[in-house]
Design a binder for this molecule. Sequence first.
Ligand code: SPD
Length: 381
Amino acid sequence: MPPARLPALALLALALAACGGGKAPDAASPADPAAAQQGPRQLNIYNWSDYVAEDTIARFEKETGIKVVYDVYDSNEMLEAKLLAGSSGYDVVFPSARPFAQRHILANLYLPLDRAKLPGWGNLDPAVLAALEDVDPGNRHLVPYMWGTTGIGYNVAKVRERLGADFPIDSWNLIFDPAVAAKLGDCGIAVLDDEQEGFGAALIYLGRDPNGVGGGEIEAAAELFGKVRPFIRYFHSSKYIDDLANGEICVAMGYNGDVLQARDRASEAANGVEVAYVIPKEGALRWIDSAAIPTDAPHAANALVFLEFLLRPDVIAPISDYVSYASANLAAKPLVDESVRNDPGIYPAPEVLARLVDPKKLPENESRARVRAWTSIKSGS
Ligand code: SPD
């Protein structure tokens, strides 16, 4: 289980102390391979689970001779806890933009990027860079990596069996309508253990602003979850991938690419399980994950070599193919497999894109209250 999120002000204070009273750090040190070779030939990466291709790290190690230590997490809170504890030892991390990377940048937790060492920067999609401008003014600290949506993954046969062939599978009602969830409870409903995603989905289903504050949002979402809590098997942010693929659960609130990885795993296993992903008609949260170099990274030069590696279309396109997420690299799109480019679960149609909402950094007291309420929601108390 991820550690509880600390109040942002407490985080900020810790971060400022760790960074020498909030003094802005210098730009990352030189990153050309020759310079990188002068320091320890190591790189410590902390990334989301299931977020690179099978050969990505081995390929980097072979090309550069830099040895990678690769650890994974499945929630922004886990990453944040490591960063704020200080001396994490990590050189490259992958925070989601809002509110995580946003408050990390405010707390000087990331080095400004030396763009001279990132000639592949021009491959990035200007629209994604523009979308990050409010989080990272001037795009100084974050290299956008992948973006996606949080919707519903489901086992087609099991859900159809229980709801009938004509029941439209296009709504958050699969999770939030007690009458529907009651019919699916026996085959397993999973929900992300993520307060932002949980509140976001519930408020969107209720027709409310997921970023709303002061209008009884917390109570409304808690009441909604209270009605369906008996039908939710578990809250977890990565277990659902294998469980969907193996037919152990039949509905999951999940990240689009993770659900599509479950679909691919089932199909590779030829186990007769068909998994599908839907962005609910009521709307969904859109998120952007970026790569960043922590201020106290022990191998900042090697980190820049890795970021430049990720900016290469021939590197990021196969990652996109494998993880089923849309990358922020526009130049790579023609290299991405046609089945991925044409998958509406990865590149949604314009009318679906219009229903997506970016999460916002909420006021500190609201954020704290949501975290507290999320604990109660999960325990069913
Ligand atoms: N397996 C990779 C999942 C990446 C999800 N990142 C987005 C989180 C937004 N809350």
